[in-house]
Design a protein around this ligand. Structure first.
Ligand SMILES: N[C@@H](CCC(=O)N[C@@H](CS)C(=O)NCC(=O)O)C(=O)O
Length: 325
């Protein structure tokens, strides 16, 4: 994928710190961690039209932010640039491309590459260049590039700007949501990556076993309750969802997570369908892009041959109304 070193684009793949000596994949922390606040006390006030998001439909972390824009009615308050799927020579790329008509190029800064936003914010930046990245049009710099923090800001800070007051992180459920998120992140969201990017048999098998043990546990939990926490949709559900959507079309095959498909788990499958049918969410889902995006990762698919199939479909009605909400 490449990265920036002292403000220069480099073909060096990942920061060497991402691969531990035993061959396991360990993700490095995001670099930009400023916050938007309702009252502006953080230096970044929540205002309509001020912020811009750089995303890619295929990225599960960026997908979170698109879901929050849809659920919170923020699509007209925050502009979005969508990278085309696939990791091009200089990383995430924004362009008018007739093959991807729903990928809107960067109408705010005209950046062709995501890395231009990083060097515009910090000319000597060293590190990964990732989506999602949240940009402030007023200060002309990146605010934050950590999806778990961006979704919290979108949830709570845009009072009077967002189209509704939906709260996906309600005070009384926070401890349980945090606990669930940690489980989901370690075992599932990042678990598929640890499985797919392992470079030793032992670290692959350990990640695989941990992933499927967690999916079994989630399947059982969703047999007892409609949502992961409480009896309403929360952040915990929406953080699991992007990984479930991508599982059968990409992780199962390319990442060698092939013990079972999500389609083989009745509760997880119906639960995914229910979330998929929430208003505005289906528009954020591009299954074919997941195939194109993941299979363009050179080190996992050196020939670049793309699978013809896109083996998932969430259009069918769900059966979740049988559980209390
Ligand atoms: N912690 C970040 C992770 C974001 C991330 O890793 N995004 C991937 C795309 S799915 C990326 O941009 N990778 C580029 C790279 O690793 O160089 C977040 O959740 O926002």
């Amino acid at each position: 994928m490449g990265m920036l070193i002292d403000g220069q684009w480099s073909e060096l793949d990942n920061p060497p710190t991402e691969m531990s000596r035993d061959g396991a994949f360990t993700r490095v922390a995001s670099a930009f961690r400023d916050r938007i606040s309702k009252d502006g006390s953080s230096g970044f006030k929540a205002e309509p039209g001020r912020y811009h998001l750089y995303v890619a439909y295929n990225c599960p972390w960026a997908h979170r932010t698109l879901i929050w824009l849809a659920l919170k009615g923020l699509n007209s308050a925050i502009s979005v640039a969508h990278s085309i799927p696939g990791l091009r020579e200089q990383g995430w790329t924004f362009e008018d491309n007739p093959q991807f008509p729903d990928c809107k190029p960067d109408a705010v800064n005209g950046f062709r590459y995501m890395h231009q936003a990083y060097t515009a914010s910090e000319p000597r930046y060293t590190g990964k260049v990732t989506v999602p990245t949240l940009w402030d049009k007023k200060e002309k710099r990146i605010v934050n590039n950590e999806s778990s923090e961006i979704i919290r800001m979108l949830n709570s800070e845009f009072v009077g700007v967002a189209g509704n007051d939906l709260d996906l992180y309600p005070a009384q459920l926070r401890a349980e949501i945090d606990r669930m998120n940690e489980f989901t992140y370690n075992n599932v969201n990042n678990g598929v990556y640890r499985t797919g990017f392992a470079v030793t048999q032992a670290s692959y098998e350990a990640a695989y076993d941990q992933l499927f043990a967690a999916l079994d546990e989630l399947e059982a939990r969703l047999g007892r309750q409609r949502y992961l926490v409480g009896n309403q949709m929360t952040e915990a559900d929406w953080r699991l969802f992007p990984t479930l959507l991508r599982f059968d079309v990409a992780y199962f095959s390319l990442f060698k997570c092939n013990k079972k498909r999500i389609a083989d788990y009745p509760n997880l499958m119906n639960y995914t369908r229910e979330l998929y049918h929430a208003p505005g969410v289906a528009e954020t889902v591009k299954l074919r892009y997941y195939v194109l995006g993941y299979y363009s990762i050179k080190k996992l698919n050196p020939t670049g041959i793309l699978p013809k199939g896109t083996p998932a479909n969430f259009d069918m009605p769900h059966d979740r109304a049988r559980l209390a909400a």
